[in-house]
Design a protein. Structure first.
Length: 302
């Protein structure tokens, strides 16, 4: 899912799940890696599967896996899965695939491939900002493999600020729904099976932008991902949502920035101070404050 390595590469803790007890309850296959060599002598991960309840023990380091584009970046050898981790394959769980309209929401399955989400007509109609953000995510091959759930569960992906700006809800494996912002704040995130976004035909059009800032060098990782949303089409300082994510900075709403814009007309200095109050490192606070000021019409032309 991330388009590069280096600063974008997560630590081993990112996306990790303690799955003890989950697999027998849900009946998913367990996938365990074992090293093998192909006919060229290249080592790769051979994944042997078994089903829970067959006498095999529960693994304290089990993890859910679907597209696997992010998890592979954590391995010391990209084609060799670690021996002490077992994977619960959820990519064939039908509830995670569809993109459908429900009574008041657009439901996007967490297992939907990123490129499928980007090209889906319902997403283009009800969540065009999400399609725009995904179009800037990695190469086409990555988008064909990676899933929306993986990008969100990582906590630093391109789609995460967008879903926060759109007031998305997470549908969990036990059937409950809760604000996605609440789910992403959990120390250990539960398995998400779908995301619910407000329908444009029921809740009106959303006035929002997505920004992605990186280095000029080709194939370099993004430094900052940001989604901004306004109360109305007039935009200006009427900002209602500001959400960001960056390498080593899990996605978050910028509460201090939103509060500042709600009570006063700020300048670049006060916006930067608010970004710092929202725990952005100084270099990112400088970038974020300038982006916000520009979109809110607060920058004076030279």
């Amino acid at each position: 899912m991330p388009e590069g390595r280096g600063p974008d590469r997560p630590g081993a803790r990112d996306g990790a799940r303690d799955c003890r007890g989950a697999a027998p309850l849900l009946g998913w296959p367990i996938v365990c890696p074992s090293p093998a060599a192909n006919r060229h002598g290249t080592r790769h991960a051979r994944l042997a599967t078994s089903r829970p309840g067959t006498g095999r023990p529960a693994w304290p380091r089990a993890r859910f896996i679907a597209g696997g584009t992010l998890i592979q970046q954590e391995w010391d050898e990209p084609r060799l899965a670690p021996r002490d981790v077992c994977y619960i394959n959820i990519q064939h769980w039908p509830e995670t695939w569809p993109i459908t309209l429900e009574a008041g929401t657009l439901r996007i399955g967490a297992g939907a491939r990123l490129e499928a989400v980007r090209r889906h007509p319902l997403v283009g109609t009800h969540a065009p900002l999400l399609a725009e953000a995904i179009a800037q995510l990695g190469a086409l091959g990555v988008r064909h493999l990676g899933t929306l759930g993986g990008n969100i569960g990582w906590g630093m992906g391109d789609a995460a600020p967008v879903l926060l700006a759109l007031d998305a809800e997470a549908e969990l494996a036990d059937g409950r729904r809760e604000p996605l912002a609440q789910t992403l704040q959990r120390p250990v995130r539960p398995l998400m099976v779908a995301f619910h976004l407000p329908r444009a035909d029921r809740h009106g059009a959303v006035h929002a932008v997505f920004e992605k800032v990186g280095y000029r060098a080709a194939f370099s990782p993004a430094r900052l991902r940001m989604a901004l949303r306004w109360h109305d089409a007039g935009r200006g300082c009427a900002l209602s949502h500001a959400a960001v994510a960056a390498p080593d900075l899990p996605v978050r709403r910028l509460a201090a920035v939103e509060a500042l814009l709600a009570r006063t007309s700020p300048n670049l200095a006060t916006l930067r101070a608010a970004c710092l109050a929202d725990a952005l490192p100084p270099p990112l606070a400088a970038i974020a404050s300038r982006l916000i000021a520009g979109h809110c019409g607060l920058l004076t032309p030279p």
